[in-house]
Design a protein around this ligand. Structure first.
Ligand SMILES: Nc1ncnc2c1ncn2[C@@H]1O[C@H](COP(=O)(O)OP(=O)(O)OP(=O)(O)O)[C@@H](O)[C@H]1O
Length: 453
Protein backbone atom coordinates (compact mmCIF):
# COMPACT_ATOMS: atom_id res chain seq x y z
CA UNK A 1 0.00 0.00 0.00
CA UNK A 2 1.17 3.50 -0.76
CA UNK A 3 1.23 6.23 1.77
CA UNK A 4 -1.73 8.18 0.38
CA UNK A 5 -4.80 9.78 1.82
CA UNK A 6 -7.65 9.20 1.42
CA UNK A 7 -7.44 5.44 1.22
CA UNK A 8 -8.45 4.41 -2.26
CA UNK A 9 -10.88 1.47 -2.19
CA UNK A 10 -12.41 -0.38 -5.18
CA UNK A 11 -15.49 -2.50 -4.61
CA UNK A 12 -15.95 -5.32 -7.12
CA UNK A 13 -19.49 -6.61 -6.65
CA UNK A 14 -22.02 -7.78 -9.23
CA UNK A 15 -24.98 -7.35 -6.86
CA UNK A 16 -25.83 -3.69 -7.49
CA UNK A 17 -27.81 -3.24 -4.32
CA UNK A 18 -25.16 -4.86 -2.09
CA UNK A 19 -22.35 -2.97 -3.83
CA UNK A 20 -24.04 0.39 -3.41
CA UNK A 21 -24.81 -0.38 0.24
CA UNK A 22 -21.12 -1.13 0.87
CA UNK A 23 -20.04 1.97 -1.04
CA UNK A 24 -22.42 4.16 0.91
CA UNK A 25 -21.31 2.66 4.20
CA UNK A 26 -17.57 2.92 3.58
CA UNK A 27 -17.89 6.46 2.21
CA UNK A 28 -19.10 7.51 5.67
CA UNK A 29 -15.43 7.52 6.57
CA UNK A 30 -13.98 10.73 5.10
CA UNK A 31 -10.58 9.03 4.89
CA UNK A 32 -11.87 6.61 2.27
CA UNK A 33 -12.36 7.25 -1.44
CA UNK A 34 -14.60 4.48 -2.73
CA UNK A 35 -15.33 3.38 -6.31
CA UNK A 36 -17.55 0.52 -7.36
CA UNK A 37 -17.46 -1.90 -10.35
CA UNK A 38 -20.07 -4.45 -11.42
CA UNK A 39 -17.90 -6.64 -13.61
CA UNK A 40 -14.31 -7.76 -13.83
CA UNK A 41 -13.71 -6.27 -17.25
CA UNK A 42 -14.62 -2.82 -16.10
CA UNK A 43 -12.66 -3.34 -12.89
CA UNK A 44 -9.45 -4.38 -14.64
CA UNK A 45 -9.78 -1.48 -17.07
CA UNK A 46 -9.49 0.83 -14.05
CA UNK A 47 -6.91 -1.07 -12.07
CA UNK A 48 -4.15 1.19 -13.41
CA UNK A 49 -5.58 3.81 -11.00
CA UNK A 50 -3.99 1.63 -8.31
CA UNK A 51 -6.47 1.31 -5.49
CA UNK A 52 -4.88 0.49 -2.19
CA UNK A 53 -7.64 -1.93 -1.21
CA UNK A 54 -10.07 -4.06 -3.26
CA UNK A 55 -13.13 -5.70 -1.73
CA UNK A 56 -13.78 -8.64 -3.98
CA UNK A 57 -17.02 -10.56 -4.34
CA UNK A 58 -15.77 -14.11 -4.63
CA UNK A 59 -18.46 -15.25 -7.06
CA UNK A 60 -18.29 -12.82 -9.92
CA UNK A 61 -20.15 -14.17 -12.99
CA UNK A 62 -17.39 -13.32 -15.47
CA UNK A 63 -14.33 -14.62 -13.55
CA UNK A 64 -13.45 -16.91 -10.67
CA UNK A 65 -12.55 -15.08 -7.43
CA UNK A 66 -9.15 -16.81 -7.08
CA UNK A 67 -8.31 -15.80 -10.63
CA UNK A 68 -9.22 -12.19 -9.93
CA UNK A 69 -7.04 -12.22 -6.81
CA UNK A 70 -4.12 -13.69 -8.76
CA UNK A 71 -4.42 -11.09 -11.51
CA UNK A 72 -4.61 -8.21 -9.04
CA UNK A 73 -1.49 -9.43 -7.26
CA UNK A 74 0.29 -9.76 -10.60
CA UNK A 75 -0.48 -6.13 -11.37
CA UNK A 76 0.59 -4.90 -7.93
CA UNK A 77 1.30 -7.19 -4.98
CA UNK A 78 0.90 -4.15 -2.71
CA UNK A 79 -2.88 -3.94 -3.38
CA UNK A 80 -4.69 -5.48 -0.43
CA UNK A 81 -7.65 -7.69 -1.28
CA UNK A 82 -10.51 -8.41 1.09
CA UNK A 83 -12.67 -11.28 -0.15
CA UNK A 84 -16.41 -11.06 0.43
CA UNK A 85 -18.07 -14.38 -0.11
CA UNK A 86 -21.64 -15.64 -0.07
CA UNK A 87 -20.57 -18.86 1.64
CA UNK A 88 -18.48 -19.77 4.59
CA UNK A 89 -15.91 -22.12 3.16
CA UNK A 90 -12.90 -22.44 5.43
CA UNK A 91 -10.77 -24.36 2.93
CA UNK A 92 -11.27 -21.76 0.21
CA UNK A 93 -10.72 -18.96 2.70
CA UNK A 94 -7.38 -20.46 3.83
CA UNK A 95 -6.26 -20.91 0.25
CA UNK A 96 -7.15 -17.35 -0.64
CA UNK A 97 -5.29 -16.01 2.39
CA UNK A 98 -2.29 -18.16 1.46
CA UNK A 99 -2.40 -16.61 -1.98
CA UNK A 100 -2.21 -13.13 -0.59
CA UNK A 101 -5.78 -12.08 0.37
CA UNK A 102 -5.80 -9.88 3.44
CA UNK A 103 -9.11 -11.10 4.86
CA UNK A 104 -12.13 -13.29 4.10
CA UNK A 105 -15.55 -12.00 5.10
CA UNK A 106 -18.82 -13.90 4.82
CA UNK A 107 -21.77 -11.94 3.42
CA UNK A 108 -24.07 -11.92 6.43
CA UNK A 109 -25.69 -9.26 8.55
CA UNK A 110 -22.41 -8.30 10.19
CA UNK A 111 -20.38 -8.24 6.99
CA UNK A 112 -20.21 -4.46 6.66
CA UNK A 113 -19.04 -4.05 10.27
CA UNK A 114 -16.43 -6.73 9.81
CA UNK A 115 -15.29 -5.03 6.63
CA UNK A 116 -15.03 -1.74 8.49
CA UNK A 117 -12.87 -3.37 11.20
CA UNK A 118 -10.81 -5.20 8.65
CA UNK A 119 -9.99 -1.88 6.96
CA UNK A 120 -9.01 -0.34 10.28
CA UNK A 121 -6.81 -3.32 11.01
CA UNK A 122 -5.25 -3.06 7.58
CA UNK A 123 -4.48 0.62 8.11
CA UNK A 124 -2.90 -0.15 11.45
CA UNK A 125 -0.69 -2.87 9.97
CA UNK A 126 0.23 -0.57 7.13
CA UNK A 127 1.20 2.14 9.63
CA UNK A 128 3.45 -0.31 11.45
CA UNK A 129 4.99 -1.48 8.21
CA UNK A 130 5.78 2.09 7.25
CA UNK A 131 7.30 2.69 10.64
CA UNK A 132 9.55 -0.33 10.21
CA UNK A 133 10.53 0.88 6.75
CA UNK A 134 11.30 4.31 8.16
CA UNK A 135 13.43 2.83 10.94
CA UNK A 136 15.27 0.63 8.46
CA UNK A 137 15.95 3.69 6.37
CA UNK A 138 17.27 5.52 9.42
CA UNK A 139 19.62 2.65 10.28
CA UNK A 140 20.75 2.44 6.69
CA UNK A 141 21.47 6.13 6.51
CA UNK A 142 24.90 7.32 7.42
CA UNK A 143 25.14 8.08 11.11
CA UNK A 144 25.60 11.80 10.99
CA UNK A 145 28.03 12.21 13.85
CA UNK A 146 28.21 15.97 13.51
CA UNK A 147 24.70 16.03 15.05
CA UNK A 148 25.73 14.08 18.14
CA UNK A 149 29.40 14.79 18.53
CA UNK A 150 29.40 18.42 19.43
CA UNK A 151 32.38 20.74 19.13
CA UNK A 152 33.47 23.66 16.99
CA UNK A 153 36.84 24.53 18.49
CA UNK A 154 39.85 24.20 16.17
CA UNK A 155 41.27 21.40 18.34
CA UNK A 156 38.02 19.48 18.02
CA UNK A 157 37.81 20.18 14.27
CA UNK A 158 41.05 18.24 14.04
CA UNK A 159 39.35 15.30 15.73
CA UNK A 160 36.55 15.50 13.14
CA UNK A 161 39.02 15.46 10.29
CA UNK A 162 40.77 12.38 11.74
CA UNK A 163 37.42 10.63 12.18
CA UNK A 164 36.74 11.22 8.51
CA UNK A 165 40.09 9.76 7.53
CA UNK A 166 39.50 6.74 9.77
CA UNK A 167 36.16 6.00 8.09
CA UNK A 168 37.69 5.58 4.66
CA UNK A 169 39.86 2.57 5.53
CA UNK A 170 39.94 -0.16 8.13
CA UNK A 171 43.11 1.07 9.76
CA UNK A 172 43.39 0.40 13.49
CA UNK A 173 42.59 3.54 15.45
CA UNK A 174 43.95 4.43 18.88
CA UNK A 175 42.04 7.09 20.76
CA UNK A 176 43.55 8.83 23.74
CA UNK A 177 41.98 11.37 26.02
CA UNK A 178 41.10 11.98 29.63
CA UNK A 179 38.08 10.36 31.17
CA UNK A 180 34.76 11.56 29.76
CA UNK A 181 36.22 13.29 26.71
CA UNK A 182 34.10 11.23 24.32
CA UNK A 183 36.44 8.41 23.29
CA UNK A 184 33.64 5.87 22.94
CA UNK A 185 31.50 8.34 21.00
CA UNK A 186 34.35 8.87 18.56
CA UNK A 187 34.82 5.10 18.19
CA UNK A 188 31.10 4.70 17.41
CA UNK A 189 31.21 7.58 14.93
CA UNK A 190 34.02 5.85 13.07
CA UNK A 191 32.28 2.48 13.00
CA UNK A 192 28.90 3.79 11.86
CA UNK A 193 30.49 5.74 9.03
CA UNK A 194 32.75 2.97 7.84
CA UNK A 195 31.90 0.19 5.42
CA UNK A 196 31.35 -2.02 8.49
CA UNK A 197 28.44 0.10 9.68
CA UNK A 198 25.84 -2.63 9.19
CA UNK A 199 27.93 -5.16 11.12
CA UNK A 200 28.29 -5.24 14.90
CA UNK A 201 30.04 -2.64 17.01
CA UNK A 202 31.20 -4.43 20.15
CA UNK A 203 32.64 -2.45 23.05
CA UNK A 204 34.69 -4.03 25.83
CA UNK A 205 35.98 -2.09 28.78
CA UNK A 206 39.12 -3.99 29.63
CA UNK A 207 39.40 -2.31 33.05
CA UNK A 208 35.89 -3.33 34.06
CA UNK A 209 36.40 -7.08 33.66
CA UNK A 210 38.18 -9.09 36.36
CA UNK A 211 41.62 -10.21 35.23
CA UNK A 212 40.78 -13.92 35.42
CA UNK A 213 37.74 -13.50 33.15
CA UNK A 214 39.10 -11.20 30.49
CA UNK A 215 40.61 -13.94 28.33
CA UNK A 216 37.36 -15.86 28.03
CA UNK A 217 35.46 -12.59 27.58
CA UNK A 218 37.61 -11.68 24.59
CA UNK A 219 38.18 -15.07 23.01
CA UNK A 220 35.28 -17.15 24.36
CA UNK A 221 35.50 -20.54 26.02
CA UNK A 222 34.49 -24.13 25.43
CA UNK A 223 32.15 -26.01 27.73
CA UNK A 224 34.09 -27.26 30.78
CA UNK A 225 37.11 -25.01 30.11
CA UNK A 226 37.03 -23.95 33.76
CA UNK A 227 34.75 -24.26 36.78
CA UNK A 228 31.55 -22.49 35.90
CA UNK A 229 31.97 -22.84 32.11
CA UNK A 230 28.78 -24.85 31.77
CA UNK A 231 28.24 -24.05 28.11
CA UNK A 232 30.35 -22.94 25.19
CA UNK A 233 30.43 -19.16 24.93
CA UNK A 234 31.72 -17.08 22.08
CA UNK A 235 33.93 -14.14 22.93
CA UNK A 236 33.84 -10.50 21.91
CA UNK A 237 36.16 -11.09 18.94
CA UNK A 238 33.74 -13.57 17.44
CA UNK A 239 30.77 -11.37 18.33
CA UNK A 240 32.36 -8.50 16.43
CA UNK A 241 33.16 -10.65 13.37
CA UNK A 242 33.11 -8.47 10.22
CA UNK A 243 32.43 -5.43 12.40
CA UNK A 244 34.39 -3.33 14.89
CA UNK A 245 35.79 -4.30 18.27
CA UNK A 246 36.32 -1.34 20.58
CA UNK A 247 38.80 -2.13 23.35
CA UNK A 248 38.41 0.62 25.92
CA UNK A 249 41.11 1.18 28.57
CA UNK A 250 43.54 -1.01 26.64
CA UNK A 251 46.35 0.26 28.89
CA UNK A 252 44.89 -1.87 31.67
CA UNK A 253 45.30 -5.17 29.80
CA UNK A 254 47.25 -7.75 31.76
CA UNK A 255 50.78 -8.16 30.40
CA UNK A 256 50.30 -11.91 29.77
CA UNK A 257 47.18 -11.28 27.76
CA UNK A 258 48.95 -8.60 25.78
CA UNK A 259 51.04 -11.37 24.19
CA UNK A 260 47.91 -13.33 23.32
CA UNK A 261 46.20 -10.29 21.86
CA UNK A 262 49.25 -9.56 19.72
CA UNK A 263 49.18 -13.09 18.35
CA UNK A 264 45.47 -12.84 17.56
CA UNK A 265 45.96 -9.54 15.75
CA UNK A 266 48.87 -10.91 13.73
CA UNK A 267 47.31 -14.22 12.82
CA UNK A 268 43.73 -12.99 12.53
CA UNK A 269 42.37 -16.05 14.26
CA UNK A 270 41.41 -17.03 17.78
CA UNK A 271 41.19 -20.20 19.82
CA UNK A 272 38.54 -20.29 22.53
CA UNK A 273 39.76 -20.97 26.07
CA UNK A 274 39.87 -24.72 26.62
CA UNK A 275 39.43 -25.46 22.92
CA UNK A 276 41.55 -26.43 19.91
CA UNK A 277 39.43 -25.16 17.07
CA UNK A 278 41.01 -22.21 15.29
CA UNK A 279 38.41 -19.61 14.34
CA UNK A 280 39.32 -17.03 11.70
CA UNK A 281 38.24 -13.51 12.59
CA UNK A 282 37.88 -10.34 10.60
CA UNK A 283 37.44 -7.36 12.87
CA UNK A 284 38.45 -3.76 12.82
CA UNK A 285 40.14 -2.76 16.05
CA UNK A 286 39.70 0.57 17.77
CA UNK A 287 41.42 1.01 21.13
CA UNK A 288 41.17 3.78 23.68
CA UNK A 289 43.04 4.75 26.78
CA UNK A 290 43.33 7.67 29.15
CA UNK A 291 46.95 6.71 29.77
CA UNK A 292 50.03 7.71 27.81
CA UNK A 293 50.77 4.33 26.24
CA UNK A 294 54.29 5.27 25.29
CA UNK A 295 55.05 6.00 28.91
CA UNK A 296 53.52 2.64 29.77
CA UNK A 297 55.86 1.04 27.23
CA UNK A 298 58.84 2.81 28.76
CA UNK A 299 57.76 1.65 32.20
CA UNK A 300 57.56 -1.90 30.74
CA UNK A 301 53.92 -2.21 31.63
CA UNK A 302 52.85 -2.35 28.01
CA UNK A 303 54.51 -4.44 25.29
CA UNK A 304 56.29 -2.36 22.72
CA UNK A 305 55.40 -4.74 19.85
CA UNK A 306 51.70 -4.55 20.77
CA UNK A 307 51.94 -0.78 21.07
CA UNK A 308 53.16 -0.50 17.48
CA UNK A 309 50.52 -2.97 16.34
CA UNK A 310 47.76 -0.92 17.94
CA UNK A 311 48.85 2.66 17.43
CA UNK A 312 47.52 2.79 13.82
CA UNK A 313 45.92 6.16 13.35
CA UNK A 314 46.13 8.00 16.66
CA UNK A 315 43.35 10.39 17.64
CA UNK A 316 44.03 12.58 20.64
CA UNK A 317 40.85 14.07 22.12
CA UNK A 318 41.68 17.28 23.94
CA UNK A 319 40.32 17.82 27.45
CA UNK A 320 37.25 20.00 27.65
CA UNK A 321 39.09 22.85 29.39
CA UNK A 322 41.24 23.23 26.25
CA UNK A 323 38.25 23.47 23.94
CA UNK A 324 37.33 27.05 24.78
CA UNK A 325 33.79 27.95 23.81
CA UNK A 326 32.90 24.28 23.18
CA UNK A 327 32.01 24.30 26.89
CA UNK A 328 29.16 26.74 26.20
CA UNK A 329 28.07 25.01 22.99
CA UNK A 330 27.96 21.64 24.74
CA UNK A 331 26.22 23.14 27.78
CA UNK A 332 23.42 24.51 25.57
CA UNK A 333 23.20 21.21 23.72
CA UNK A 334 22.78 19.29 27.00
CA UNK A 335 20.27 21.87 28.29
CA UNK A 336 18.10 21.48 25.19
CA UNK A 337 18.41 17.72 25.27
CA UNK A 338 17.48 17.50 28.96
CA UNK A 339 14.51 19.87 28.57
CA UNK A 340 13.25 17.89 25.59
CA UNK A 341 13.58 14.57 27.38
CA UNK A 342 11.70 15.98 30.36
CA UNK A 343 9.05 17.82 28.34
CA UNK A 344 9.92 21.21 29.81
CA UNK A 345 10.38 24.53 28.07
CA UNK A 346 13.82 25.39 26.78
CA UNK A 347 16.00 27.49 29.09
CA UNK A 348 18.62 30.13 28.47
CA UNK A 349 22.16 30.17 29.84
CA UNK A 350 22.94 33.60 31.27
CA UNK A 351 26.30 35.18 30.29
CA UNK A 352 27.41 35.03 33.95
CA UNK A 353 26.59 31.32 34.10
CA UNK A 354 28.57 30.83 30.90
CA UNK A 355 31.55 32.56 32.50
CA UNK A 356 31.28 30.35 35.55
CA UNK A 357 31.41 27.26 33.34
CA UNK A 358 34.25 28.65 31.25
CA UNK A 359 36.36 29.13 34.37
CA UNK A 360 35.95 25.60 35.60
CA UNK A 361 38.56 22.94 34.78
CA UNK A 362 36.14 20.00 34.30
CA UNK A 363 38.40 17.12 35.31
CA UNK A 364 35.50 14.81 34.39
CA UNK A 365 35.28 16.54 31.00
CA UNK A 366 32.10 16.29 28.91
CA UNK A 367 30.56 13.71 31.23
CA UNK A 368 30.97 16.11 34.17
CA UNK A 369 29.62 19.05 32.18
CA UNK A 370 26.55 17.05 31.26
CA UNK A 371 25.67 16.24 34.87
CA UNK A 372 26.42 19.82 36.00
CA UNK A 373 24.03 21.11 33.35
CA UNK A 374 21.29 18.63 34.09
CA UNK A 375 21.37 19.62 37.75
CA UNK A 376 21.37 23.32 36.90
CA UNK A 377 18.25 22.89 34.73
CA UNK A 378 16.54 21.24 37.68
CA UNK A 379 17.68 23.99 40.07
CA UNK A 380 16.57 26.90 37.88
CA UNK A 381 12.91 27.73 38.45
CA UNK A 382 12.74 30.46 35.82
CA UNK A 383 13.61 30.30 32.16
CA UNK A 384 17.28 31.26 32.64
CA UNK A 385 20.16 29.43 34.24
CA UNK A 386 22.07 31.79 36.51
CA UNK A 387 25.49 31.20 38.15
CA UNK A 388 23.86 30.25 41.45
CA UNK A 389 22.10 27.35 39.74
CA UNK A 390 25.42 25.83 38.77
CA UNK A 391 26.99 23.46 41.28
CA UNK A 392 30.59 22.71 40.44
CA UNK A 393 32.43 19.82 41.91
CA UNK A 394 34.72 21.29 44.59
CA UNK A 395 37.11 18.36 44.25
CA UNK A 396 38.12 19.89 41.02
CA UNK A 397 39.46 23.05 42.62
CA UNK A 398 42.95 21.55 42.72
CA UNK A 399 42.70 20.73 39.05
CA UNK A 400 41.32 24.19 38.51
CA UNK A 401 44.33 25.55 40.19
CA UNK A 402 46.84 23.55 38.20
CA UNK A 403 45.24 24.05 34.85
CA UNK A 404 45.50 27.76 34.64
CA UNK A 405 48.58 29.85 34.12
CA UNK A 406 49.15 31.85 37.28
CA UNK A 407 52.01 33.51 39.06
CA UNK A 408 53.41 31.87 42.15
CA UNK A 409 51.92 34.66 44.24
CA UNK A 410 48.47 33.97 42.72
CA UNK A 411 48.83 30.27 43.42
CA UNK A 412 49.84 31.11 46.98
CA UNK A 413 46.80 33.31 47.53
CA UNK A 414 44.45 30.76 46.05
CA UNK A 415 45.78 27.97 48.24
CA UNK A 416 45.54 30.06 51.42
CA UNK A 417 42.03 31.17 50.49
CA UNK A 418 41.02 27.56 49.89
CA UNK A 419 42.24 26.67 53.42
CA UNK A 420 40.56 29.70 54.95
CA UNK A 421 37.26 28.65 53.38
CA UNK A 422 37.78 25.07 54.43
CA UNK A 423 38.58 25.91 58.09
CA UNK A 424 35.93 28.55 58.70
CA UNK A 425 38.38 31.46 58.32
CA UNK A 426 40.38 30.23 61.31
CA UNK A 427 43.67 32.03 60.56
CA UNK A 428 45.64 30.35 63.33
CA UNK A 429 44.61 26.88 62.20
CA UNK A 430 45.34 27.67 58.53
CA UNK A 431 48.76 29.07 59.44
CA UNK A 432 49.52 25.86 61.30
CA UNK A 433 48.23 23.60 58.50
CA UNK A 434 50.23 25.40 55.84
CA UNK A 435 53.20 25.99 58.08
CA UNK A 436 53.37 29.72 57.40
CA UNK A 437 53.36 32.70 59.74
CA UNK A 438 49.91 33.91 60.88
CA UNK A 439 51.04 37.49 60.38
CA UNK A 440 51.67 36.75 56.71
CA UNK A 441 48.02 35.74 56.40
CA UNK A 442 46.80 38.77 58.37
CA UNK A 443 48.88 41.04 56.12
CA UNK A 444 47.30 39.55 53.03
CA UNK A 445 43.83 39.95 54.53
CA UNK A 446 44.54 43.59 55.37
CA UNK A 447 45.77 44.19 51.82
CA UNK A 448 42.46 42.83 50.55
CA UNK A 449 44.20 39.89 48.85
CA UNK A 450 42.34 37.35 50.96
CA UNK A 451 38.80 37.20 52.15
CA UNK A 452 38.49 36.23 55.81
CA UNK A 453 34.87 37.17 56.45
N1 LIG B 1 31.63 15.92 21.73
C1 LIG B 1 30.58 15.45 22.42
N2 LIG B 1 29.35 15.84 22.09
C2 LIG B 1 28.28 15.40 22.79
N3 LIG B 1 28.35 14.57 23.83
C3 LIG B 1 29.56 14.14 24.21
C4 LIG B 1 30.74 14.55 23.51
N4 LIG B 1 31.79 13.98 24.11
C5 LIG B 1 31.32 13.25 25.11
N5 LIG B 1 29.98 13.33 25.18
C6 LIG B 1 29.11 12.72 26.20
O1 LIG B 1 29.90 12.58 27.37
C7 LIG B 1 29.74 11.32 27.97
C8 LIG B 1 31.06 10.57 28.00
O2 LIG B 1 31.43 10.19 26.68
P1 LIG B 1 32.22 8.85 26.38
O3 LIG B 1 31.70 7.72 27.19
O4 LIG B 1 32.29 8.67 24.91
O5 LIG B 1 33.65 9.28 26.97
P2 LIG B 1 34.93 8.38 27.21
O6 LIG B 1 36.10 9.23 26.94
O7 LIG B 1 34.82 7.11 26.44
O8 LIG B 1 34.81 8.11 28.76
P3 LIG B 1 35.53 7.01 29.68
O9 LIG B 1 36.47 6.23 28.85
O10 LIG B 1 36.16 7.81 30.73
O11 LIG B 1 34.40 6.21 30.22
C9 LIG B 1 28.67 10.62 27.17
O12 LIG B 1 27.44 10.89 27.82
C10 LIG B 1 28.69 11.30 25.83
O13 LIG B 1 27.41 11.28 25.29
Amino acid sequence: MKNQHPLKIFILEDDVWYGSMLQHYLALNPDYEVKRYHNCKDFFNHLHERPEVVTLDYSMPDMDGSEVLKKIKEVDPGIQVIIISGQEDIKTAINLIKNGAFDYIVKDDDAKDRLWNSLLHLKEIDGLRKEVEHLKEQVGKKYDYSKYLIGKSPVFEKVFSLIEKSCKTNITVSITGETGTGKEMVARAIHYNSDKSKKPFVAVNVAAIPRELIESELFGHEKGAFTGAITRRIGKFEEAHNGTLFLDEIGELDINLQAKLLRVLQEREITRVGGNEVVPINVRIIVATHKNLLEEVQARRFREDLYYRLIGLPIQIPPLRERGNDIVILAKHFMDQFCKENNTDKKLLSPEAQQRLLHHAFPGNVRELRSVIELSVVMADGDTILPEHITLNSNSSVNDLMNKDRTLKEFELQIIQHYLDKYDKDVLLVAKKLDIGKSTIYRMIQAGELNAR
